[in-house]
Design a protein around this ligand. Structure first.
Ligand SMILES: NC(=O)c1ccc[n+]([C@@H]2O[C@H](COP(=O)([O-])OP(=O)(O)OC[C@H]3O[C@@H](n4cnc5c(N)ncnc54)[C@H](O)[C@@H]3O)[C@@H](O)[C@H]2O)c1
Length: 253
């Protein structure tokens, strides 16, 4: 059988039960990796893992440090190693002005989108520093440009972008063979954007954001998964601290 692009590697994908994370888990499995899908959503996570080759589901709250320790230990027990970590789990709060946003809501968004990535990178480095690996953090175009009524989300994704660069340089300085990069999806017709568009009714939100995108369409989860696959594979052997924007040209203007 032909080798896949990530054959021989074990990948942990947080938030892998749905949306973009599920597409990432599928792409990594199809290209030969062992895959651990971690998520709070047990039913969807277990179903996705059951549909893939060499995949398991683990319940994992990315905001809880002891969950990270248990999840990485269970991954190594099951597959023997960890070479790829995709920090994909994230939340998008209801759109609100900054004045309308409660401090509790701000902290909830930061807790999942930023603290979760911090804990993942911290424990991922611990697990990979001897034998090497690739960590991929899901940021957003909202970590690159400012949009109104998504202040907490933008702040968290901007934080992910620079935390990724700092961690990448630190690992290189320490001589750890770990690459760390961020991915910046534009408007993707999956996961949290699709849920929001469905809630708004009809296709008005989809049409509005497709029209604002130079390529005049929304992206697909599989198109983000392709970027993750590249950064996870040895094809990206000289990429660290970089930001891969996959947005149909949205931020190019
Ligand atoms: N859909 C888009 O247009 C878009 C655009 C840019 C960036 N992103 C980013 O892509 C990533 C995936 O988003 P998505 O659109 O697939 O949304 P989604 O809501 O379908 O997926 C997020 C997943 O994370 C899980 N999750 C949430 N909190 C968790 C926690 N504390 N611990 C463990 N798992 C948790 C959810 O159960 C869910 O399965 C997110 O980081 C998001 O910010 C999405």
């Amino acid at each position: 059988m032909a080798e896949g692009r990530v054959s021989g590697k074990t990948a942990l994908v947080t938030g892998g039960a749905s949306g973009i994370g599920a597409a990432i888990a599928t792409a990594l499995s199809e290209e030969g990796a062992n895959v651990v899908i971690s998520d709070l959503d047990e039913a969807a996570g277990a179903a996705r893992a059951a549909s893939l080759k060499n995949a398991v589901y683990l319940r994992h709250n990315v905001t809880v440090e002891s969950d990270w320790e248990a999840c990485i230990a269970a991954t190594r027990d099951r597959f023997g190693s960890l070479e790829v970590l995709v920090n994909n789990a994230g939340v998008m709060p209801a759109t609100k002005t900054i004045e309308e946003t409660s401090y509790d809501e701000w902290k909830r968004v930061m807790s999942v989108n930023m603290d979760g990535v911090f804990l993942g990178v911290k424990h991922g480095i611990g697990a990979m520093k001897e034998k090497g690996g690739s960590i991929i953090n899901l940021s957003s175009i909202m970590g690159l440009i400012g949009e109104a009524i998504v202040g907490a989300y933008s702040a968290s994704k901007g934080g992910v972008r620079l935390f990724t660069k700092s961690a990448a340089v630190e690992c290189a300085n320490l001589g750890y063979p770990i690459r760390i990069n961020s991915i910046h999806p534009g408007y993707i017709d999956a996961g949290m954007f699709a849920a929001m568009a469905d809630e708004f009714g009809a296709d008005s939100l989809r049409q509005r954001f497709a029209a604002r995108t130079p390529m005049k369409r929304l992206g697909k989860a599989e198109e983000i998964a392709k970027g993750v696959l590249f950064l996870a594979s040895d094809e990206a052997s000289f990429s660290t601290g970089s930001e891969l924007v996959i947005d149909g040209g949205y931020t190019a203007r």
